[in-house]
Design a binder for this molecule. Structure first.
Ligand SMILES: Nc1ncnc2c1ncn2[C@@H]1O[C@H](COP(=O)(O)OP(=O)(O)OP(=O)(O)O)[C@@H](O)[C@H]1O
Length: 236
């Protein structure tokens, strides 16, 4: 049965690239109004899991629900409810920030008059109003990440999936992005899942942290406590 209490519910998700079994039965839930962190060593499959949740890879087995929609059976419907920020994304060099967001508004089939309104809202939300006429390729990385986030939010998704959004940012840019994500969760009730290589990235941001280890999600816990079931294993 569809679960409408959580934005994302993955059950028994498995995925292999050829003979490499990357995900081996992942169970995970991402509640609304909360920031959930996904951590794990390099190559543990964080990106692969996010791609499956974002409907960009179909799992070999298992179930994914996005906002109560069976994302494997009805990916287009699931996509309408989710925003996705990949670890790297192309920008259209010659566009300005405002043109870039207008383009994605149109791509999401917003009505022409709503595109400008939504772009204005997103510029205000992400603190990019001052950069509206700047060319996208010239933005520093922190502003570019906020633009990527604005793009992911164009259609007001209830679920937000972000792949290592904090990596490569300086501390001021990290703080700005953290604040933005916390506000989205608290004020809009968005279910947010973000990956990061290090547990320390999640401090002060994620309410809950899920560790991906050997193809499974283990040790789901509040961000401030230890992973009790891991024994002596070190988590960065
Ligand atoms: N297209 C692909 N073809 C074959 N193997 C792949 C492919 N993409 C990823 N892999 C392998 O799958 C495993 C998981 O990769 P993934 O990128 O999901 O890990 P990750 O936890 O996100 O790592 P990182 O922290 O480096 O981003 C790795 O062993 C990787 O080499």
């Amino acid at each position: 049965m569809a679960d409408i209490g959580v934005g994302v519910r993955a059950t028994g998700v498995a995925y292999a690239f050829g003979r490499t079994q990357v995900l081996a039965g992942v169970d995970l839930s991402v509640p609304y109004g909360r920031v959930t962190g996904l951590v794990g060593e390099k190559g543990e499959g964080k990106t692969t899991l996010l791609l499956v949740l974002a409907t960009l890879l179909a799992p070999d087995t298992g179930r994914v629900e996005i906002a109560g929609v069976d994302a494997v059976a009805r990916p287009a419907e699931a996509r309408a409810a989710l925003g996705w920020l990949p670890d790297t994304f192309g920008v259209h060099d010659r566009l300005t920030v405002v043109e870039y967001l207008d383009l994605f508004g149109a791509a999401h089939r917003l009505h022409a008059r709503d595109v400008a309104v939504r772009t204005g809202e997103l510029l205000a939300l992400t603190g990019l109003a001052g950069q509206a006429r700047e060319r996208v390729h010239a933005l520093p990385r922190g502003q570019r990440q906020r633009l990527g986030l604005a793009r992911a939010l164009v259609h007001r998704p209830r679920v937000l999936l972000l792949d290592e959004p904090l990596s490569g940012l300086d501390s001021a840019a990290r703080a700005a992005l953290r604040d933005l994500l916390l506000r989205l969760a608290a004020e809009e009730g968005t279910a947010i899942l973000l990956s990061g290589g290090a547990l320390t990235e999640m401090a002060g941001l994620a309410d809950r942290v899920v560790l991906l280890d050997r193809g499974r999600a283990v040790g789901e816990r509040p961000a401030s406590g230890p992973f009790p079931d891991l024994g002596p294993r070190e988590v960065r």
